[in-house]
Design a protein around this ligand. Structure first.
Ligand code: NAD
Length: 302
C-alpha cells in the first residue's frame, strides 16, 4: 500500500492555523503582517505564481500585495525600491519573483533584501545559517519555502521528523532554491545525505539506495519505478508540462508516478503535492518575520 501524500489538504491545515495566529496577532497588537511580492516584467508563469501568493496571503489575513515593475527597470532603481521596502515598518516580508530580466544580477538583488524580511530565504545570511544548522531551524530563521514544505510532507509521511535520523536520503538537484537547502535541512535532522545532479554517474543505482528521495530536477518522469527502493518515501518537487496526443497538455513530476505507486511507502502527487505547501510556507515565513520584527521592537515577547 502506497500512501499518497495530500499536499493540498496539509497546506489547507497550515493556512487555517496561520489564519488563527494572524487574527490573534492583530487583536493583541493591531499589526497586520505585510508581504510585498515584486514582479519584474511580464513572464506569464511568474505572473500566475505571484497572483497565487497574493491571494493565499489575503485569505489568511496577511496584507499581501504584488508590485509590478517594468522589464526595462534598471538595477539601481530596483535596489532603491528594495531599500524603501526594507525601511517600511508596515512591510514584514519582501520577495522578488525569479527569474529576473538578463540585465539584472539576481545575486545582488537577493542580497539587498533585509535578511529579516527575506521570506524566500535566499539571502546569503539565511542560506549560511541554514547550511550550519544542526537540529530544527530556530523560529527566526527564514528557510526557503519549497524545502520547508517538503520537510512538512516528510513529517506527515514518517509520523515525525525524528524518523529521519540516520536514514539514507538522496536529493536529486543542486539548485540554491530547492536542492541545496533541502539537503541542508535533511542533514540538520541527522539524515545521511547524498546530492545528485546532472553530472552524477549511475543515477538509478543512487536512487535504489535511498530510503528518502527528493526529486527536484525538472525532467518529466526521469525517475522510473524500478529505480525506487521498496518502502521508501518519495517527494516529487518537479513541475513539468508534457504534451498529450490529443493536443492538450498536463503537468507531471520528475518521478514516473504510476510506476512508483505500489512500490514505495509514500509519494507526493504532481500537481497537489509540494506546490501548495510551498505557498503555505511562504505565508508561514511572513508571519515568522513579522513576529521577529515586533519582538525586536518590544511590541511582543519573542
Ligand atoms: P534548476 O534547473 O535550477 O535545477 C535543476 C537541477 O537538476 C540541477 O541541479 C541539475 O544539476 C539537476 N539535473 C538536471 N538534469 C539532471 C539529470 N538528468 N539527472 C540528475 N540531475 C539533473 O531547477 P530548480 O529551480 O531546482 O527546480 C527543479 C524542479 O522543481 C523544476 O521542475 C521546478 O519547476 C520545480 N519546482 C517546484 C516548486 C514547487 O513549489 N513545487 C518550487 C521550485 C521548483
Amino acid at each position: 500500500m502506497t500512501k499518497i501524500l495530500d499536499g493540498r489538504a496539509l497546506a489547507a491545515q497550515l493556512r487555517a492555523r496561520l489564519a488563527t495566529e494572524v487574527a490573534r496577532l492583530r487583536a493583541s497588537t493591531g499589526v497586520v503582517p505585510g508581504l510585498r511580492v515584486l514582479l519584474i516584467g511580464e513572464h506569464p508563469a511568474s505572473l500566475a505564481y505571484v497572483r497565487t501568493k497574493e491571494r493565499a496571503a489575503r485569505e489568511v489575513g496577511i496584507d499581501g500585495r504584488i508590485e509590478r515593475l517594468p522589464a526595462t527597470i534598471e538595477e539601481g532603481a530596483l535596489l532603491a525600491r528594495l531599500a524603501e521596502l526594507n525601511e517600511d515598518p508596515s512591510v514584514h516580508g519582501v520577495l522578488v519573483q525569479l527569474p529576473l530580466p538578463a540585465h539584472i544580477d539576481p545575486e545582488r538583488i537577493l542580497a539587498a533584501i533585509d535578511p529579516r524580511k527575506d521570506v524566500d530565504g535566499f539571502h546569503p545570511l539565511n542560506a549560511g545559517r541554514l547550511a550550519q544548522l544542526l537540529g530544527p531551524p530556530p523560529d527566526d530563521l527564514l528557510v526557503p519555502c519549497t524545502p520547508r514544505g517538503c520537510l512538512l510532507l516528510l513529517e506527515e509521511a514518517l509520523g515525525g521528523l525524528q524518523a529521519l535520523r540516520g536514514k539514507r536520503a538522496l536529493v536529486l538537484g543542486r539548485s540554491t532554491i530547492v536542492g541545496r537547502p533541502m539537503a541542508a535541512l535533511l542533514l540538520a535532522y541527522d539524515a545521511t545525505v547524498t546530492i545528485a545532479h546532472s553530472r552524477t554517474r549511475e543515477l538509478a543505482h543512487e536512487c535504489r539506495r535511498a530510503e528518502i528521495l527528493i526529486a527536484a530536477v525538472g525532467r518529466a518522469g526521469l525517475v522510473r519505478g524500478d529505480w525506487l527502493a521498496p518502502g521508501s518515501v518519495v517527494i516529487d518537487v518537479g513541475i513539468n508540462r508534457v504534451a498529450l496526443p490529443d493536443g492538450t497538455s498536463r503537468i507531471v513530476g520528475d518521478v514516473a508516478f504510476e510506476e512508483a505507486v505500489g512500490q514505495v511507502a509514500a509519494i507526493t502527487p504532481v500537481p497537489g503535492g509540494v506546490g501548495p505547501m510551498t505557498v503555505a510556507c511562504l505565508l508561514d515565513n511572513t508571519l515568522r518575520a513579522c513576529r521577529a520584527q515586533l519582538a525586536r521592537n518590544g511590541r511582543i515577547r519573542s
